[in-house]
Write a protein that binds this ligand. Structure first.
Ligand SMILES: *[C@@H]1O[C@H](CO)[C@@H](O)[C@H](O)[C@H]1NC(C)=O
Ligand SMILES: *[C@@H]1O[C@H](CO)[C@@H](O)[C@H](O)[C@H]1NC(C)=O
Ligand SMILES: *[C@@H]1O[C@H](CO)[C@@H](O)[C@H](O)[C@H]1NC(C)=O
Ligand SMILES: *[C@@H]1O[C@H](CO)[C@@H](O)[C@H](O)[C@H]1NC(C)=O
Ligand SMILES: *[C@@H]1O[C@H](CO)[C@@H](O)[C@H](O)[C@H]1NC(C)=O
Length: 536
């Protein structure tokens, strides 16, 4: 009895010990195995920051704040992810760099529609401005490149993001297998909401919450020539599309959020007519297209008044008194300083200082909190000649052959303006400066002056997704590279939207000529502003 008793006891003790050792071994093995470790609840609570589940009204900014509160390890993770995001361009297909598909000029480019009309008449900055018709080569050949089916960045991300588990114990295995993807995406969204996200990569989706304002409204700011609802056009599917970035959630734009964020601040668009479209779009978005008698015209503060004999002022500036927010636009098609060479001669030539910022920008930069620059479609020989713009570099007529070439001049100027703005940024640490990539043209079966058309009415017939990491606008991407000026990259996503142009409904065009350069509003420039809003 006793022996048996003791025997039993020894057996029991041994069993307990063996069980203990086994359990320890199993747990150790479990934690050391990457695959199995993923079933152990992570200490990270990052999944709770999923912006999709944040209450309405909270935005990317607040989710970032939460992240920031959790410091060190999260911070490091975020940086790591941001790096993964931004360096992912390395993994995309190379080999197209030599061909500038977007702006592919260099060859002689035909002057635009109105150039022809105005030929011989007195041309100046004013007449130039009237011509808002297309100019440079079509970019429609530009294709959206597929990235390699599985790129390295994604694999890296998988390793770096702590998997998390939300369900109960019993769900763990099945759910962890499936949910790692969505969780990962949400983490990326939360983390990269302002810095790491490539907003130009994603897809177009149909969304009934679009457009953000009615094309029958916004008469206070929207030029009738761009309000396609006021034309004979009958297809409006293009108004219903919303851009959905792939790796991050884009914060929903609302006028009140915008104004709150821009309290006591000024946003300036400086560029050509496509910049003006973006300006009008933003005014309509902020007001929801509603008439606003409280909004003040403060053009005078910026010298934006109509000069004698001119069709319109050089720009417009409006202030929302409720938040003291100013939105302005200044017309500078080339983003360089234009100086009349003979003040007494009304038909004077102009020195086009390729290496000097527009005087307006130089003068008012200190007042801006957000700056959006664009140029591109005016860089052709016809326009330069018609405007009597003569290239100057270093204060002297240009003698550099590389720059004398139109493509060279455009490139030189883009680099010059971006570098100049970059050099000013230390003085204005609050300033966010953007260089917007080129807005693509869509002339099919010809160019602007040879019967080119863009009258397809089916949205996204050429695809709805952008999968590439790199910008389609190599010139703009190169110009901002290594500077603190950001690229507002809208080229590839806009290339998918050939049906969104004014097309045959241009109220100015001569019969048979279509405007496949400018966009209907509401329309594509609204998306550019959503992407801008996500970054300010
Ligand atoms: C976060 O970490 C940084 C250094 O990495 C430190 O300076 C800072 O005080 C930390 N903040 C909090 C809230 O712990
Ligand atoms: C799991 O993933 C598969 C394919 O990835 C998907 O078809 C399925 O709907 C997912 N199941 C759940 C519950 O998410
Ligand atoms: C409006 O904002 C500007 C800065 O952009 C500031 O200088 C000015 O004092 C503000 N005006 C009021 C009435 O707060
Ligand atoms: C554009 O200009 C920059 C700076 O001057 C230069 O490094 C680059 O090679 C130029 N690119 C082209 C395509 O001319
Ligand atoms: C930016 O500059 C870096 C280093 O000079 C270069 O490796 C990279 O290709 C450039 N990127 C672009 C988009 O021009």
């Amino acid at each position: 009895m006793k022996g048996a008793f003791y025997g039993l006891k020894v057996t029991q003790v041994s069993l307990i010990l063996i069980g203990f050792v086994c359990a320890t071994v199993v747990i150790l093995a479990w934690t050391k195995t990457t695959f199995l470790a993923s079933f152990i609840p992570s200490q990270s609570r990052i999944v709770q920051l999923n912006p999709e589940i944040l209450p309405d009204g909270t935005d990317g900014a607040s989710s970032e704040k939460v992240l920031e509160g959790k410091n060190s390890s999260k911070e490091a993770e975020r940086n790591k992810l941001a790096r993964v995001g931004s360096s992912s361009t390395e993994y995309t297909i190379k080999g197209e760099h030599s061909k500038d598909l977007v702006t592919g000029d260099g060859a002689e480019i035909p002057p635009d529609v109105t150039n022809a009309v105005l030929e011989g008449k007195r041309s100046s900055k004013e007449s130039e401005r009237d011509r808002e018709a297309p100019a440079s080569l079509s970019s429609t050949e530009s294709t959206i490149k597929e990235e390699p089916s599985k790129n390295l960045a994604t694999d890296d991300k998988k390793k770096e993001i702590p998997p998390s588990i939300t369900g109960s114990e019993s769900d763990k295995v099945s759910e962890a297998k499936n949910s790692s993807k969505p969780v990962e995406r949400d983490v990326v969204a939360a983390i990269s909401s302002k810095q790491g996200c490539n907003y130009n990569k994603g897809k177009w989706v149909i969304d009934d919450s679009r457009p953000l304002y009615s094309g029958f409204g916004c008469k206070q700011w929207l030029s009738s020539m761009w309000a396609c609802r006021l034309t004979q056009r009958t297809d409006f599917e293009y108004e219903k599309l919303r851009w959905q970035p792939k790796d991050c959630r884009m914060e929903e734009f609302t006028g009140s959020k915008f104004l709150k964020r821009m309290k006591d601040k000024t946003l300036a668009f400086i560029g050509d007519s496509l910049g003006r479209q973006q300006f009008q779009s933003l005014m309509c978005m902020v007001t929801g297209g509603e008439e606003r008698s409280d909004v003040l015209d403060v053009g005078k503060e910026y010298g934006l008044v109509k000069a004698r004999g001119s069709v319109r002022p050089d720009g417009w500036a409006y202030r929302f008194p409720s938040t003291n927010t100013t939105i302005l636009y200044y017309w500078s098609a080339s983003l360089c300083d234009l100086e009349p060479l003979d003040l007494s001669n009304p038909a004077t030539d102009y020195a086009m200082h390729l290496d000097r910022p527009p005087a307006f920008l130089n003068r008012f930069l200190h007042k801006f909190d957000v700056l959006v620059l664009n140029t591109g479609h005016h860089w052709n020989r016809g326009k330069l000649n018609a405007n009597r713009w003569i290239m100057y570099v270093g204060g002297l007529p240009n003698s550099n052959r590389k720059i004398a070439d139109i493509a060279g001049a455009k490139n030189f100027t883009a680099y010059s303006i971006v570098r100049w703005v970059n050099s000013q940024l230390p003085k204005y640490p609050g300033l966010k400066a953007f260089f917007r990539s080129i807005s693509p043209r869509h002339f099919f079966h010809g160019d602007w002056n040879t019967g080119g058309t863009c009258d397809n009415t089916t949205p996204l017939s050429g695809g709805k997704e952008v999968l590439q990491d790199e910008s389609s606008d190599h010139l703009a991407a190169g110009a901002v590279n290594g500077t603190a000026v950001k690229l507002l990259d809208i080229t590839a996503l806009s290339e998918l939207r050939d049906e969104g142009h004014i097309s045959r409904y241009s109220i100015k065009a001569t019969p048979g000529v279509q405007d496949c350069l400018h966009w209907c509003l509401p329309g594509l420039p609204d998306t550019w502003n959503e992407i801008l809003f996500a970054q300010i």
